[in-house]
Write a protein that binds this ligand. Structure first.
Ligand code: IVH
Length: 665
């Protein structure tokens, strides 16, 4: 038999490392269930061998973990933030209830059953009704000051009416599935590592040092508890807390249940399991709490958790299925991402036919091969994952998946990025890469070129009509008529759409260029800090990094992109085609109407008032409703009345629509 002392020491070290990865790095290596199993194993050994005490550092079974980071200031909670004992077994849940019944033999026990939100615990301090600080759980006693990243979370009140003088409100910061998918999709397109689930992404976001970057990701919050409260005696039950939080207009739990015994509590948990898919927040279990505070106090606490509450966690849904093939997908920067194509299988209420494989290293680590029977999991994460291979079912003739060889077999010429686990197509002549780059350029979030979908792009590249983004602007109607399904009308529409795209905002162009690591928000940050594309192109790495929201990796990437001679010539050609290179701010400052005031009067023949106002503002001018000596122009249409007369009297320039259009170009 293994030496229990050694096993205890090994498990303690192992769990401590998993705690660090989960709480401090927000990048756990194992899922919750595997982690909870390790912890249960350790707790059992410790209980059977009480002589191996905790020494200097407490065992991870006796503490709540620690999320504190060097870069943050720490604050002490007025009341400690504890953890919860958890179980995956309904029998253990019932035992929890039976223990409490023994303690309170003559009393009726009412439980509150709440969803357990899979997010990041936070404690909000309100003083005289105003939010003064948000603190992470930390080690339960003191946590990190994350106020600047928490303020402004949607729905979180800055002020509350009729609150006690001092109030700690507790809850969970989380990320909605949709936002999680949006960010991961953007990261996949950049060839960056994906976040495994919304909880990790929320945890990573809340600890970003740059509040602007944090703001570019949408976090949400839900509150369910109270820490300190002065004056006290505000609440006598858990359900009163729920009501009061709602009254104070905090975002609260979508549903909770009162149960008169532990068996009914279990029924509520079963109901929760059927409802939770429709909740806004990721729900990984239920928390069952004694409702009455007097009973809570009497039940008391262990060093890390209350004895009056327990978390029941739902098993992640897993299923075995056949991995038919590993398909390699190419993103806009040429990054190659492996995807498992699966024999469709039912998981967590959806049919799963694809799963992420992250990158070459992940495939190697798990030795995943086409033809394998794999265990697929869909838990808090929306993207299904391949957990492991069932080796007993591996075909005899199975071969390891060699990433590089598969690329070769597909005729894809890619190289592995020395700084990341990602393979990238390096050649700019590669038609697939060209196609992805053009699709991205034309997409909504970039140049928004209508009628230029992937089918059209594919034809343009295959026929050699277009290689780079600049080539799009040389297309003629006659050329387009050669394409499948193109008639005169569709050709004209595409030419018009291309023409219109020349006036897009600068950030749309920056985003569309497909510079590695530069997404929509970074493109906006760049536009906000530079006057033109040329200014960005000639900026030093230091200047780029000085921009709020641009980190060193991005700065390096932008600088390298503009230093490339092919990219330089692309930029010159785009300029020659007349694309807008100026930031909105600079365009206004340079505009013909910069500093000028224009008064609109009468009905214009073609422009609406809104359109005219937008054009005036784009040219740097402002509009005013009355004519005075300070008016520079009057834009007059049909039936212009007294304003027209007044302008004539004051000798102010009067323009009709044509003259106005000529003026603003
Ligand atoms: S009550 C002393 N209620 O789960 C009791 N916790 O695994 C403290 N959690 O630290 C917590 N949903 O961050 C409570 N409805 C809920 C919860 C909840 C999620 C988190 C919380 C806690 C952790 C324990």
């Amino acid at each position: 038999m293994a030496d229990p002392q050694k096993t205890i020491a090994r498990l303690r070290a192992e769990i401590a490392e998993h705690d660090r990865l989960y709480y401090k790095e927000a990048q756990p290596k194992i899922d919750d269930q595997a982690y909870d199993r390790l912890k249960a194993e350790l707790a059992q050994l410790e209980a059977a061998n009480p002589e191996f005490d905790f020494g200097a550092a407490p065992s991870p079974t006796q503490s709540v973990g620690d999320d504190r980071l060097e870069a943050f200031e720490s604050y002490r909670h007025r009341k400690p933030m504890l953890s919860l004992d958890n179980t995956y077994s309904s029998a253990e849940l019932i035992e929890f209830g039976q223990r409490l019944l023994k303690r309170f033999p003559e009393q009726a026990l009412t439980y509150l059953v709440e969803p357990k939100i899979d997010g990041v615990a936070v404690s909000l301090s309100y003083e005289d009704g105003a939010l003064v600080r948000a603190v992470s759980r930390g080690n339960g006693i003191e946590g990190d000051d994350i106020t600047s990243n928490v303020r402004g979370i949607r729905g979180l009140p800055d002020k509350i009416q009729g609150a006690p003088t001092v109030l700690e409100v507790r809850g969970e910061i989380y990320m909605r599935h949709q936002e999680f998918e949006r960010i991961n999709a953007a990261r996949a397109a950049e060839g960056q590592a994906l976040y495994a689930n919304p909880r990790n992404l929320a945890a990573g976001t809340i600890k970003l040092l740059d509040p602007a970057e944090a703001r570019s990701r949408q976090l949400d919050i839900v509150l369910y508890g109270i820490g300190a409260c002065e004056p006290g005696n505000y609440f006598s039950t858990q359900s009163e807390i729920q009501q009061k939080l709602k009254e104070w207009q905090f975002p609260v739990l979508e549903k909770y249940w009162l149960a008169d015994d532990i068996e009914s509590a279990w029924k509520c948990i079963e109901e929760l399991d059927t409802l939770r898919q429709n909740f806004a927040y990721p729900t990984d279990g239920a928390v069952v709490k004694l409702n009455d505070f007097a009973q809570q106090e009497e039940a008391g606490y262990t060093s890390k958790a209350p004895r009056w509450a327990i978390a029941y966690k739902f098993e992640a849904e897993r299923a075995e299925t056949l991995l038919k093939e590993i398909s390699l997908q190419i993103g806009r920067t040429g990054a190659v991402t492996p995807v498992a194509i699966l024999e469709p299988v039912q998981l967590a209420g959806t049919t799963v036919s694809r799963a992420t494989l992250h990158n070459e290293d992940e495939i190697q680590r798990k030795d995943i091969r086409p033809g394998d029977t794999v265990l697929v999991q869909k838990a808090g994460e929306i993207i299904p994952q391949v957990l492991s291979v069932n080796l007993a079912k591996r075909p005899a003739d199975s071969q390891p998946f060699i990433f590089g060889e598969h690329l070769k077999a597909l005729g894809i010429e890619a190289e592995r990025d020395p700084t990341q686990a990602v393979w990238r197509i390096v050649s700019k002549d590669d038609p697939i890469r060209q196609q992805r780059a053009l699709e991205h350029f034309a997409s909504r979030a970039c140049m928004d070129i209508e009628n230029l979908g992937s089918a059209v792009v594919e034809q343009l590249v295959k026929r050699g009509m277009v290689q780079t983004q600049a080539d799009l602007y040389t297309l003629t109607e006659a050329q387009l008529l050669e394409l499948d399904k193109f008639a005169e009308k569709s050709a004209q529409n595409l030419i018009a759409a291309l023409e219109a795209s020349k006036q897009r905002e600068l950030w749309q162009l920056i985003h569309g260029l497909g510079i590695p690591h530069v997404g929509k928000q970074s493109a906006k940050d760049l536009e906000a800090n530079f006057d033109s594309l040329e200014a960005i192109a000639s900026a030093t790495e230091e200047q780029l990094e000085a921009v709020d929201g641009i980190g060193s990796i991005m700065a390096q990437s932008i600088h390298a992109w503009f230093a490339d001679s092919d990219n330089q010539s692309l930029i010159q050609q785009l300029k020659a085609h007349g694309l807008n290179f100026e930031s909105a701010r600079q365009a206004q400052a340079d505009g013909v109407l910069a500093g000028k005031t224009v008064v609109l009067t009468g009905a214009l023949p073609t422009l609406t008032r809104d359109e005219a106002t937008k054009m005036i503002e784009a040219a740097g001018g402002r509009t005013s409703s009355s004519v005075s000596k300070k008016t520079d122009y009057v834009l007059a249409g049909e039936a212009a009345g007294s304003k027209y007369a007044k302008a004539e009297k004051l000798g102010i320039a009067i323009l009709d629509e044509d003259e106005f259009k000529q003026l603003v170009g």
